[in-house]
Design a protein around this ligand. Structure first.
Ligand SMILES: [Zn+2]
Length: 90
């Protein structure tokens, strides 16, 4: 692709005048005090305006994800054991 016309410094700078990032507005959660986006449920304690709203998707911390992964392989053998016990009862 060929450049049609040289862009002047002025045009480039005018275009880039809108590229600056604005700081996000954060408010304190009334329940746990963590900084969260306004008008959203708190992903740390699962509440909105201090009232519980259930489990929030993606609210798990890094340590929680690691723990759940470790638990998953151990859960499968337990199910197999239950099946064996049922067979013995029959
Ligand atoms: Zn909270």
């Amino acid at each position: 692709m060929v450049q049609m016309k040289k862009r002047t410094k002025s045009e480039t700078r005018r275009r880039r005048s809108h590229h600056a990032l604005k700081a996000k507005v954060l408010v304190k959660c009334p329940q746990c005090g963590q900084l969260i986006l306004p008008h959203t449920a708190c992903s740390f304690c699962g509440t909105y305006k201090g009232k519980p709203v259930g489990q929030i998707k993606g609210a798990k911390t890094k340590t929680a994800k690691k723990a759940s992964k470790k638990e998953a392989p151990t859960a499968k053998p337990e199910v197999k054991d239950k099946g064996k016990i049922k067979n013995k009862v029959k």
